[in-house]
Design a protein around this ligand. Structure first.
Ligand code: ADP
Ligand code: MG
Length: 275
């Protein structure tokens, strides 16, 4: 059964894109079939994967249409873009800014609001069964983007940069998640809260991590905490590389391989709980 997972936090720069694209990459290397949906008009995931594709093949991938155009057509299949073995992308572009307007025009008035939230899930339905996992990378807003992504999702990973504002963003996310569940009657589980610590020995970081354990429950926090890695910043520019002789490449992949193992364990645990 395909699992659809949204990577979320209502704050920007917490590592949603980095961690969704990296976990997707490692899972694909392990043989899981993955579709990464870039729903952010900033298109950072699309940019990273386009460069990664170029590293692998020597040429840029061909994007036939933008996600916005495909949404307007009501057909996402036409823009599925292979990045590497087992890893496909639904690419975003700046025109995806028009998505809320498009939904409002298509489903005008208050009564049709729920239809707007359900639209993406309907379009994902015919393509998702080819994958083990569909990951959705969303912009950091309480909006029809995130609501639509969550409505299509079985579960969410909350990416928590251990700074106070990010913690607020994560808490607000849980509140919104509950509201969505109540409004739409669609249950979304939480795979876990992934802490991203960007400073060494930072007091705020330690405090925020302790608060996160209290708020979300220690058992819901990923054991594999993501620390600052310069290599991730480099990959933003170069695309993901996997040079056997490069110690930083190897170390960064090793960290994400372990994290992706924990991700699978956590998803399996959700299933055995019967949800
Ligand atoms: N563990 C990390 N180490 C170093 N830089 C990171 C790490 N995680 C994310 N970054 C950098 O922080 C910035 C924001 O991360 P990003 O994943 O784009 O966040 P979001 O998608 O939540 O806005 C990017 O430039 C990214 O390269
Ligand atoms: Mg992002």
């Amino acid at each position: 059964m395909t699992k659809v997972i949204t990577f979320a936090n209502f704050k920007g720069g917490t590592g949603k894109t980095t961690n969704s694209t990296m976990i997707a990459y490692e899972l694909a290397s392990k043989g899981y079939k993955i579709l990464l949906v870039d729903q952010d008009p900033q298109a950072n995931a699309t940019s990273l994967y386009a460069k990664t594709y170029e590293q692998l093949t020597g040429s840029r991938p061909q994007f036939k249409k933008t996600l916005m155009a495909a949404m307007q057509d009501g057909d996402l299949k036409q823009i599925i873009t292979p990045i590497k073995e087992n890893l496909d992308l639904l690419p975003s572009f700046t025109d995806f800014i028009e998505y809320p307007d498009f939904l409002e025009d298509t489903y005008p008035g208050k009564d049709l609001r729920p239809q707007r939230v359900r639209y993406f899930a309907q379009l994902l339905e015919p393509i998702k069964s080819a994958y083990d996992f569909v990951f959705i990378d969303v912009p950091p807003t309480v909006s029809v983007y995130t609501k639509g992504a969550l409505y299509a999702s079985d579960a969410a990973v909350i990416v928590l940069q251990t700074q106070e504002r990010s913690l607020d963003g994560a808490e607000n996310f849980l509140t919104e998640l509950q509201r969505l569940i109540d409004e739409q009657g669609h249950f979304v589980d939480v795979v876990g809260v992934l802490p991203v610590i960007l400073k060494k020995g930072g007091k705020v970081d330690e405090y925020a991590l302790e608060s996160a354990k209290e708020i979300f429950g220690e058992e819901n926090i990923f054991h594999n905490v993501i620390k600052h890695m310069d290599r991730l910043k480099r990959w933003d520019v170069s695309g993901i590389t996997e040079d056997e002789k490069d110690v930083h490449d190897k170390r960064t992949h090793a960290i994400y391989q372990k994290l992706s193992d924990e991700f699978i364990e956590r998803v399996n645990a959700l299933e055995t709980q019967g949800v």
